[in-house]
Design a protein around this ligand. Sequence first.
Ligand code: GTR
Length: 332
Amino acid sequence: MNHPVSRIARRLPLALAAGFAATMSVAVDAAELRAWNIHPEGYPNTVALEMFAEEVAEKTDGEITVQLFNGGVLGSQPDAIEQVRLGALDVGQFNLGPMGTSVPATNAVSLPFIFKSIPQMYRAMDGEIGDLIGEGMAEKGIVALAWYDSGARSFYNSERPINTPADVEGLKIRVMNNDLFVGMIEAMGGNATPMAFAEVLQSLQTGVVDGAENNPPSYESTSHYEAAKYYSLSEHLIIPECVCMSKRSWDALSAEQQDIVKTAARNSAESQRELWSARQEESMAKVKAAGVEVNTVEDKAPFQAAMAPVYEQFLAANPDMVELVEKMQAAE
Ligand code: GTR
C-alpha cells in the first residue's frame, strides 16, 4: 500500500505526527513545525524567527521546516502557551510575562525591577538563572531554546505624564495576563485590567483603559502611541522572551535534529538582539515625531519602594522561589 505517512505527518503538529507515526510503526522523516508569533512582519522578533526557520530547513535538508504564523493569528498568547504545552502547537515565541500562570518559575522575571539593566538580564538568562528557569519550563512541557530581548517596559497613557507612583493613581491600565502585574498596578493605586495584546488598541481608543505599558517597539508597532500620547520611561519590567518548543515536539526529534533546532534558535537570538537595539531607536524617533510626549522617570526609587508588597506577597505564596529571587537580586 502506498501510504504517504510523511506527507500526512507533515500537516500535523510534530508531536501529534510522532504519535501517529508510532502507531503506524513508521519513523517521522519529515515534519513541519507550526510556530506562533504575535508580532507583525518586519518586527525584530519576526525577522529573527524567519532566520531560525531558514537555518532549520537548510541544516536538515528540508526534513524539518518551520511554518510561521505571525500577528497572533493562531490566538492569544495565554492560549498559545497552553497549546505549546500540550503539543497542539510546536513552537511559540513567547514573552515570559504571561507564562507565569502555567509555569510558576517564569514569575521570577516578572517581578518589577528585578533586573537592574538589560545587560544584567542577558548575563542572568544566558547563565545559571536562565538554566533554572528553563528547567522549570521543561517540567511544564516547554523547552526554552533561546532567549530574545524585549527591552524594558514603560507606562503610556492618554491622561498625563507619570513621574511618581502617585501619578498612576486612578488610571485604568492594561496589563498582561498575570496576577503579579495586577498587584503591581494596584500597589500604586491604579486599576489593572488584564487583557490580550490584540485588544489593547481598541480599548485605548474607546477609553476602556487609559493606558498600558510596553517597550518602545511594541508601543510603536501596535499604534498604541496614536491613542496614548504620554510615554513615561519607568522601565519597571525587564522581561525576556523565548523561542519555545513543545516538549512533546522536541522529544519527537532525533538528537541531531534537536541540536540543529537549538543552534538555529540561539543564532536567531543573536540576530534578534542586534535588530532589537536598532528598532528601539527607530521606534522612539517615530513616536516622538508623531507628537508623543516622552519623559524619563528620573527617580525610580519611589516606584521600587511601592513594589515591596508585591514582593512580600509573591515570596510568601512561593517560598520555593525565594532562593532564585535572591540570586537574581544579587546578580551583577
Ligand atoms: C510585547 C511582547 C509580546 C506581548 C506584548 C503584550 O512586548 O513582545 O509577546 O507579550 O508585549 O503586552 O502582551
